[in-house]
Structure formats: structure tokens, C-alpha cells
Design a protein around this ligand. Structure first.
Ligand code: XMP
Length: 630
């Protein structure tokens, strides 16, 4: 197999997207740091220099060995990479003070080289400050925009091209054509298919483990399930053991589903352990979110070690399998994004040690998430399961909010909210809306730090109504048809939400009330991670997922946590929040404006659950609100 294309990462947010797009052309692509030595690149078919937030003149620009440009390999510079090529090969880059960002039209002057087959005018996506003022010797201009005279340049003889815009983003209409032209110019093999991956990766696993065996934890998530299938296929079920720990925080029927699915696929090598009682005991009486997480993490290690002991697996014979993905192994984002790098849980101390000893088997570590899903389908997993929304490790434990109640301490409940805060919230809604502060707190994110602050609740006018059009007795929305079509005024609610979180630092999240139609006088209720509350949320969550499916909305939202809040007017029943978001990378996210029909349906069904008295809907982007409430 050819080495394919190497993308050198100069810190651009799209670097992974370039590799991912190249792989969709069935060409292997990988991402390497900007200062990778030429020696490591000599087998590549071609090199892409990525974009990045820096200026080629900035003292802190990413390090780069310019000898890479003299290796005789085809090169494609994008954005920052375009300017870097220009500067090093003898052209001129002009500093700019103003950022040009967004859609533009490329006037194609020569539809050749990487621009082969393009029309005279092409919609593209620009994002730059500096510009190329003069092309290097041997280059000619291939395309320009109104504001950028050298938007595309090329030297066909040396197969070196530079583009000021981003062919890897969807807004550049012919972006895939451009990347395809480049891989063709590089003479790449089109051999990157999931079938070939299954074969090559299976072979690599067999080589790595020799006569030994593999043990792995199967959470029920896509990555570990696909990993388990891959290992079974490569080694046979005798040499693989899976362990699924039911921690009590799983979705409804989740453990049974994993068990049944793998059982039906003919795998009898998955052990399921019900450790829910131990986990619930570990978090008994705990209300603080971080403390909860910590207890759950520790309990997990305790249970795992206990089961391993019971299984009596010899560590010399049994290696550790992990469903680590390509993005988990790569320290991406370059120097400029150092703050967003997180240690992945598959890369903590003990595991690093095992990795160094060659005792960890990771058959998915070359794949992106969408490729793992494709692989899962190839290995026989059902489509809906493979394309499920992501689910956090601690599961529903981070979606059942816990408190010691109004009387738990003097800062809890309504008493804990300063009168001034209530006043500033009330005046932040503007005409037509009432704003109140909820007497509990949730996690948010602003700047580099996490916040733990109150949500605000927005209701309609002085009547304090819920925001859904009221329903009539026959179940249809009351009111004139035009009102029904207007539904919820998302536009102004989004404005109100942003205005509130921007102007009041003690508020990091905003919700609206979907039902009931009148305002309730709710108080904080003591509530912990108990089986009853988890079961209630399991029912609610399952009902919401089912409704998403029925209304054909499952693929539209990226993730939709359903959260249980200990807010109650009668001291018994509690409240639900729906948190549908769309995002590409989870670093930022937008709340989704789901159709009124769906909201009416799901609200009615949730209110019919014994134990639920109110349904809220989260209208906060990330930032300032995180996806999860804790
Ligand atoms: P936040 O809430 O940080 O979530 O905006 C971003 C994404 O991460 C998931 N998430 C977690 N996943 N363990 C996980 O495995 C966790 O503790 C955890 N907390 C959040 C969240 O579901 C979302 O997809």
C-alpha cells in the first residue's frame, strides 16, 4: 500500500478535515506535526501544508523544516501553507491587518493542475489576514478573487500548488474535485477501503500479539463494540474476552441490547457484570457533580480490578484491547491550540506504561469516527446502532442532577439566589418575556474556564405561560392556523438567551418551559443518584429517543441529553430538560430549534410519566452552556 498523503499540521482547525476528505477519495492520509523531519516524509506520495492561525512572519509561528519543500514531492499549501510556500520559494507575502473571512467567488484563470475541471467562477471559503503579493519564480496565478489577487497559484512542472482558500470545507463547492486533482497528480493508489483496512489491521493485530490473547472492556458505545468485533474477527473468539460492566447509569435496556446483539452475532466471549448496586452505593448521598464523577471513576477501577482478579488472567498472556481512535492519539491543533488539548482516558499513566511495553492492542487507532461507523456496518452491526448519538462515559449519572434540597444548606434553593440577581434577570428579558432564576446550578464554559451557575427560565409575558402554543381538548393546538405555524419565536428567544448570559455573569444557561402551560411554583427538592430517579430518567430518555426516531429527527441533532432536575411543586414529582444540540466538534455547539409538532408530542408524553411535572427546553449555545448539565 502506498504511504498516501501527509498533512503537516500548522494548527489550523481544519487539518483533520483535510485528512478525512482525502480518505473519502480512498487514499490513505495522515496528519503529522509541522516540524516533522524530511526523512520521515520521504515515502509519502504528496504533502499538504495545512492552514493555521499564525502569520508566516510571526515570531511564534509553528516550527517547520523548509528542506521539505526540496524533496521533489508534490505539494499543496492551503491558506497559511500557501503563504509559507510562497515565502520559502521566493515570492512575496504582504502582511494584512484585517481578517478576511467567509464566502467568496474564485475567478478561475487557468482550469489546470489542481483546478482542473473547475468552472470560471467557483464559490469558495476564505479565511486569511496576510496575502500573497507576488508568486515565486516558476509559478503562475491560477485564480483570484475580488480581494485576493493570488487566491490560487501553481508550478505544474514541480507539481507545487498554493490555495488561499479552504478546499476541505463544504462551502467550497468544488473542494473535493480540487483534492481529487491533487491526489491524482501525486499518483496515489486508491486502496483505502474498509475491506482493506479489516484485512491489514487484522494482520497487524496478529503480528503484534503472536500467541497471546486480548482482553477488553466493552461499554456498549460504538468504538468499543466495533473494536470487540474486529478483534474477534482477527483472532477468533477463543483468544478474545470482553467485559461489560453495568454501572447502573446505562440507558434503558442498553446492557441487554449489547448482550443480545453480540450474542446474536455468535460471540459467547462477552462477560456482563451487574455492578449497579456497588456504583449506587459509591455515590450515596453525594450531590456535587465533580465528587460524583470522581466516585464513579474510582468505583469503575475497583470493579474492573476485582473482575480481572476473579477471571485470573495472566498479564503476560493477556494484552489490553482499546477502541482508541485516530483523533484520540493525535495531539492536534498545533501550538496555537495547546489550550484545547485534553488527556484522553485511553492515554492515562498506567496505560502509557503498557503502551510502551507493547501490551495495548488498538485496532481502530488509524480511523476517524465516521470510518469506525462504516467499519461497524461492514462487520454487521445495524445502521441505527452504529450511528447513535454519543453518550458520556459516566452515562446518566451526569444527567440526574442532585442536591441536598432547600434545607440542605442556606445557599441552596431560592434563598441562595440574591435579590439583585433576580432583579437583573427580570429586566433582561425585554418586552413580552418574563425571566426567572432557577434555584439550582449547572456547568457552563466561558473563555478557558468552566462555570457553575444558575439557569434562567424564560416564560411568555405576565401570564407566565409556557412557550408552546396551548393545546385544545382534541389534542390539536388551539388558536388560529397562522399562530400554530408561527409556533415558537426562536429568533427572539435566541436573542433573549444571549442577552441574558452576556449581561449576567451568574447565569450561564437559559431554558424555556414547554409544559405544563401555566407556571409552577417549584422548589428545590433533595435528590441523589438513586435507582428510582435513574429509572425515571431512563424512561424519559427512552421516550425522547423514540420520539426523535418517529419524527425523523435522529440524524438532524448531533446529541440530545435528557436531564432530570430536582425541581418540584409538590415535593414528589420532578422536572425534565431537553438539550438538543448540533455540532461538528463538540468544542462549540448550537441549540437546535426542533419542530413544534415534535415538542408538543414529546412534552405530552413526558408529562404523562408518573413522576414528571414540568418539561423545559435548553436554548443555550456552547459557550456559554456545556452540552451536558454537569
Ligand atoms: P460538554 O458537556 O463538555 O460535552 O460540552 C461535550 C461532549 O463530551 C461528552 N461528555 C463526556 N464524555 N465522559 C465522556 O466520555 C464525560 O465525563 C463526559 N462529559 C461530557 C458529552 O456527552 C458531549 O458529547
Amino acid at each position: 500500500m502506498s504511504r498516501g498523503i501527509v498533512v503537516l499540521d500548522f494548527g489550523g482547525q481544519y487539518a483533520h478535515l483535510i485528512v478525512n476528505r482525502i480518505r473519502r477519495l480512498r487514499v490513505f492520509g495522515e496528519i503529522l506535526p509541522s516540524d516533522t523531519e524530511p526523512e520521515r516524509l520521504k515515502d509519502a506520495d504528496g504533502i499538504v501544508l495545512s492552514g493555521g492561525p499564525s502569520s508566516v512572519y510571526a515570531p511564534g509561528r509553528p516550527p517547520f523544516d523548509a528542506a521539505v519543500l526540496d524533496m521533489g514531492l508534490p505539494l499543496l499549501g492551503l491558506c497559511y501553507g500557501h503563504q509559507l510556500l510562497c515565502l520559502h520559494l521566493g515570492g512575496e507575502v504582504e502582511r494584512g491587518d484585517v481578517m478576511e473571512y467567509g464566502a467568496a467567488v474564485l475567478e478561475v484563470e487557468a482550469p489546470e493542475g489542481v483546478l482542473k475541471g473547475l468552472s470560471e467562477k467557483e464559490p469558495i471559503w476564505m479565511s486569511h489576514r496576510d496575502t500573497v503579493a507576488a508568486v515565486p519564480p516558476g509559478f503562475r496565478i491560477l485564480g483570484a478573487t475580488a480581494d485576493c489577487p493570488v487566491a490560487a497559484m501553481g508550478d505544474d512542472e514541480r507539481k507545487i500548488y498554493g490555495l488561499q482558500f479552504h478546499p476541505e470545507v463544504a462551502h467550497t463547492a468544488s473542494g473535493m474535485q480540487i483534492l481529487e486533482n491533487f491526489v491524482d497528480l501525486c499518483g496515489c493508489d486508491r486502496t483505502w477501503t474498509m475491506e482493506s483496512y479489516i484485512e491489514n489491521s487484522g494482520e497487524a493485530v496478529r503480528r503484534q500479539i503472536g500467541k497471546r490473547k486480548v482482553f477488553l472492556l466493552v461499554s456498549g458505545g460504538v468504538d468499543s463494540t466495533v473494536c470487540f468485533l474486529m478483534l474477534n474477527r482477527a483472532l477468533g473468539t477463543d483468544r478474545v474476552r470482553g467485559l461489560h460492566i453495568d454501572n447502573g447509569f446505562m440507558r434503558k435496556n442498553e446492557t441487554a441490547l449489547v448482550e443480545r446483539l453480540l450474542g446474536e452475532s455468535g460471540f459467547d466471549n462477552l462477560k456482563v457484570v451487574d455492578a449497579s448496586a456497588e456504583f449506587l452505593q459509591a455515590v450515596e448521598g453525594v450531590a456535587d457533580p465533580e465528587e460524583k464523577r470522581q466516585h464513579i471513576g474510582e468505583e469503575f477501577i475497583r470493579v474492573r480490578d476485582r473482575v480481572l482478579q476473579e477471571l485470573a488472567l495472566d498479564p503476560e498472556e493477556w494484552l489490553l484491547g482499546q477502541g482508541t481512535l485516530y483523533t484520540d492519539t493525535i495531539e492536534s491543533g498545533g501550538t496555537a491550540h495547546a489550550d484545547v488539548i485534553k488527556t484522553h482516558h485511553n492515554r492515562v499513566g498506567v496505560i502509557e506504561q503498557l503502551l510502551a511495553e507493547g501490551k495495548v492492542v488498538e485496532p481502530l487507532n488509524q480511523l476517524y469516527k465516521d470510518e469506525v461507523r462504516e467499519l461497524g456496518e461492514k462487520l454487521g452491526l445495524p445502521h441505527h446502532l452504529v450511528w447513535r448519538h454519543p453518550f458520556p462515559g459516566p452515562g446518566l449519572a451526569v444527567r440526574v442532577l442532585c442536591t441536598h434540597g432547600e434545607s440542605g444548606d442556606e445557599t441552596a434553593g431560592d434563598a441562595g439566589i440574591a435579590a439583585e440577581l433576580k432583579e437583573s434577570a427580570a429586566s433582561a428579558g425585554g418586552p413580552g418575556y418574563d425571566v426567572d432564576v432557577l434555584p439550582l446550578r449547572s456547568v457552563g464554559v466561558q473563555g478557558d474556564g468552566r462555570t457553575y451557575a444558575h439557569p434562567a427560565v424564560v416564560t411568555l409575558g405576565s401570564e407566565r405561560q409556557a412557550l408552546l402554543p396551548p393545546r385544545s381538548a382534541n389534542g390539536k393546538s388551539a388558536g388560529k392556523q397562522s399562530e400554530k405555524e408561527e409556533g415558537i419565536d426562536w429568533e427572539s428567544l435566541e436573542g433573549v438567551s444571549t442577552a441574558i448570559t452576556n449581561s449576567i455573569p451568574q447565569i450561564n444557561r437559559v431554558v424555556i418551559q414547554l409544559g405544563p402551560s401555566h407556571k409552577l411554583d417549584q422548589k428545590l427538592k433533595a435528590g441523589y443518584l438513586t435507582r428510582d430517579r435513574l429509572d425515571l430518567l431512563r424512561d424519559a430518555d427512552s421516550l425522547v429517543m423514540e420520539a426523535l426516531e418517529v419524527h425523523g429527527l435522529m440524524d438532524r441533532v448531533t446529541q440530545m441529553p435528557t436531564v432530570l432536575l430536582p425541581l418540584s411543586s409538590d415535593g414528589i414529582r420532578e422536572s425534565i430538560v431537553l438539550r438538543p444540540i448540533t455540532t461538528d466538534d463538540f468544542m462549540t455547539a448550537r441549540f437546535d430549534r426542533l419542530p413544534v409538532d415534535f415538542l408538543e408530542d414529546v412534552t405530552m408524553r413526558l408529562l404523562a410519566l408518573q413522576g414528571i411535572e414540568a418539561v423545559y427546553y435548553d436554548i443555550t449555545h456552547k459557550p456559554p452552556g456545556t452540552v451536558e448539565w454537569e
